[in-house]
Design a protein around this ligand. Sequence first.
Ligand code: B12
Ligand code: SF4
Length: 493
Amino acid sequence: MAHRAPSGQPLKVKMILPALTEATSPLFRPVKYSLFPPLGLATLAGYLNEHDQVTLEDEHVERVRLDDEPDLVVIQAYITSAYRAYELADHYRRRGAYVCLGGLHVTSLPDEAAMHADSIFLGPDEDTWPQFLADFRRGEPKPRYQSTIRSLTELPNIRRDLIKRHLYLVPNSIVVTRGCPHHCDFCYKDAFFAGGSSFYTQTVDAALAEIDRLPGRHLYFLDDHLFGNRRFAEALFDAMLGMGRLWQAAATVNSVLRPDLLEKAADAGLRSLFVGFETLSTSNLQQHGKRQNLNRDYALAIQRIHDAGVMINGSFVFGMDDDDSSVFGRTVDWAVKQGIETSTFHIMTPYPSTGLYQQIEQQGRLLHRDWNRYDTRHTVYRPAKMSPEALEQGYWNSYREFYTWRNILSAAGTKSTLSSRARHAAYSAGWKKFEGLWNLAIRLKQISQMRPLLENVLSGLGTVIPNNKARRPTIDEPCEIAIPQSPAAVRAR
Ligand code: B12
Ligand code: SF4
């Protein structure tokens, strides 16, 4: 029997972000696991009382202590860290702690997670987490909480004091919206936000206050689609003008084609944008519900982003049904010709509870359910036009090819000024050509020393990167998505 909160006493709470095996390797640690702190858990910690004792451990950057005796253990599970999350949950339940499991994978497969927890949480939990804490303190916690009320207006301050900033390259990660207005069938988001709104924002004032709390210059917005609510985004970017921030974010192809929003973002300090191109095939886009990309002029979108002085991290998914083994070479060549600075390739991965998963499962094409390998680097289903092995091989070749010196320099050569070319080459090569150096910096716990370098490259190596000169689309394209009338959107008008 797990123990309960001693009534009226402060709680001893332990929060853990478990890591997938690769991230804890004693030999080599890719820099991506030392980029961002556990923002979700730091957000949940904000709901605790000031007298509660809380520790936050991120296994991607530190060893989790296992000999302690917290009252309450809070674990976040992504698909690739689910087994590790269950292992840690079982360990702490054996030690008598009350264990809560939540996050994306728990929401996808609640019955699986429930075998390892005292309480499980489905969805983003801004409503259910405070409700649970009150239940727990009263000694009446429930086994399952499903979030339905979606609002960020009551969000307490994120407990950033719990984040060990020196262990991350980008400690200033920030999220000012939740979800996304679109519905791609391979994405986590429809299942995660089921039962309530799937796209909502903070108030602009609250977002600005959060930005103000972040020290230094560089920010990384982890929002799925920062441009998704135009009114909110516009008001935010206007207010960020003159704050001297340098930031990165993600947005869709269609949103950057809309006049002015991109330019406002660039004026406010946007220097690199993650864009989900996903595939160059119209049939693939149609099949996976990526309607916001359909019939969009990718080349124009890229040109606009570059003209605004913003670099691109292009995201591409391989293995959709229209892809044969020529897809890898074609995609890499296209990305290089377009002068895309960095590319992130993925093997299509059907996450449980997504539309894609249901379809692949019904077709009998799933190869296994070993969640450790659902990491977008392994083929976990039978592709339509190539073998699973050819898909993995092509995926790795694409990374190798895109980041050859020849291709880095060739893509950089598409830029019109010397400074843009230098920035492109430095940024692109910086991530993939110096992995040994990143690994060393991580081992020596000196990763934060690299931040000024990142800022310097983003800001154009000391030169002025032209912005606000982006080419406007010739037609004033209507926004084809419904903009939700959240309280923030209304206030932002
Ligand atoms: C930042 C990020 C990373 C970072 C760091 C993760 C970190 N430090 O948290 C890095 C770069 C390491 C990373 C790596 C990967 N990632 Co990632 N990542 C993200 C991203 C962009 C943002 C996560 C975030 O901070 N969100 C903001 C915070 C506030 O929300 P949150 O974390 O979800 O937490 C809230 C709720 O979930 C809930 N909650 C969470 N845990 C718990 C626990 C309890 C008890 C309760 C009550 C509530 C609760 O409350 C929190 C506050 O509201 C998401 C996309 C997304 N929008 O979620 C993808 C995402 C999570 N990543 C994903 C994937 C696939 C990966 C990789 C496998 C990809 C790859 N090929 O490298 C790897 C491996 C991940 C791993 N470690 O196992 C998928 C996960 C799919 C899934 N079903 O699990 C996502 C959803 C991207 C996508 N669209 O597919 N990732
Ligand atoms: S646009 Fe991106 S975040 Fe939105 S549903 Fe599609 S894949 Fe998910």
